[in-house]
Design a protein around this ligand. Structure first.
Ligand SMILES: [Fe+2]
Length: 340
């Protein structure tokens, strides 16, 4: 039977791939954004600055603090990449989200399992780069390959998972290629690409490892699966993998999170603790209004947690680094963890 031997969770924010002296580029985007989720409600940037004035965020955004956080982030990324390589996996299953890269509004499923034999991993087109904000463009290198490539997919395992989850109540969508079309990425999106490039160096050290992307629509209303549903979905995926009659080593990965684009450390700490302690009641009780915008990517971690249940692997937090970038408390709280 297939064996789930390893799990990893890692943020994938553009800040991770941007020198701290340039984090202000993303802060400029924040100031233009009219709708920031914070404590379950939508606020303007200026409202946030006022709401959070007692927190003295100025101490969080000095050049020294941001530089130290950036350097710590890089150490953790290098460490996690090495851990994945050391796990000697046959397949890495990644739970990630899409932000209108591969999945556009014509058809936007809650859950999608990629069952192609090849995973297209390609550079971003010049046209898309030209439309990106400077703060995103400067970090794009971390989620695309040095040269266009086709990664090894895992169609047989994917089809086995798809069959099993559908039998057990999850009517997932399926895709076996990525169509090249206007306003979309030609290759797989950021949640997966960040793993492939920044953590795994375009698979140079793991040329035989296959990968299996699973998309959760964490971001876009109205069909975002709630947190409890992502947990249950992850469990079904994990059960299906463990039932597969093949002698292979499988790793599970969560991509993205924690809170952004407004950092809410209390939400993050509550959910990290719940993941660590297998506290499903707390996870299932978390209001969906606390899991909007980028913070929704925590659902990728909860799905991974579900897939890793029953394996005996325990979650270990490597580090949590709230990377503030503005007086409004915007930024991205980075999380790095392992199940081992
Ligand atoms: Fe993301």
């Amino acid at each position: 039977m297939a064996d789930i031997v390893f799990g990893v969770g890692c943020s994938h924010s553009p800040l991770l791939a941007t020198e701290s002296e340039q984090w202000n580029l993303r802060a400029a985007d924040d100031a233009k954004n009219p709708a920031h989720w914070y404590k379950g409600e939508i606020h303007t940037y200026d409202e946030l600055v006022k709401l959070r004035e007692d927190e003295h965020i100025e101490a969080q955004i000095t050049p020294e603090v941001m530089r130290k956080r950036h350097e710590d982030n890089q150490k953790h990324l290098d460490f996690l990449g090495q851990k994945i390589k050391d796990a000697d996996l046959d397949v890495l299953v990644i739970f990630g989200d899409d932000q209108r890269e591969n999945i556009l509004t014509d058809n936007s499923p809650a859950f999608l399992i990629f069952n192609g034999a090849e995973v297209p991993f390609k550079q971003t087109s010049a046209a898309r780069m030209a439309n990106m904000s400077p703060g995103v463009a400067v970090a794009n290198w971390a989620r695309v390959p040095d040269e266009d490539m086709a990664l090894i997919g895992s169609p047989e395992l994917a089809n086995h998972i798809i069959y099993n989850v559908v039998q057990n109540g999850f009517d997932v969508s399926v895709s076996d290629y990525i169509a090249e079309r206007e306003n979309a990425e030609d290759g797989i999106g950021h949640a997966f690409g960040f793993y492939y490039h920044r953590l795994l160096n375009d698979m140079r050290d793991t040329p035989d490892m296959a990968t299996l992307p699973i998309y959760l629509n964490t971001f876009f209303a109205p069909n975002q699966p709630p947190l409890w549903r992502c947990l249950d979905f992850g469990k079904e995926v994990g059960r299906a993998i463990r039932n597969w009659d093949a002698d292979i080593r499988v790793g599970i990965a969560a991509s993205g999170g924690f809170s952004h684009f407004v950092i809410e450390e209390d939400v993050d700490q509550r959910l990290i603790k719940a993941i660590t302690e297998h506290d499903e009641d707390t996870l299932r009780a978390e209001p969906e209004c606390n899991l909007q915008s980028g913070t929704s990517e925590i659902k990728n971690w909860v799905a991974a947690m579900g897939a890793l249940e029953g394996t005996g692997l325990e979650f270990q937090l490597l580090d949590y680094i709230p990377c503030y970038r503005s007086m409004a408390g915007t930024g991205n709280a980075m999380c790095f963890g392992l199940w081992n």
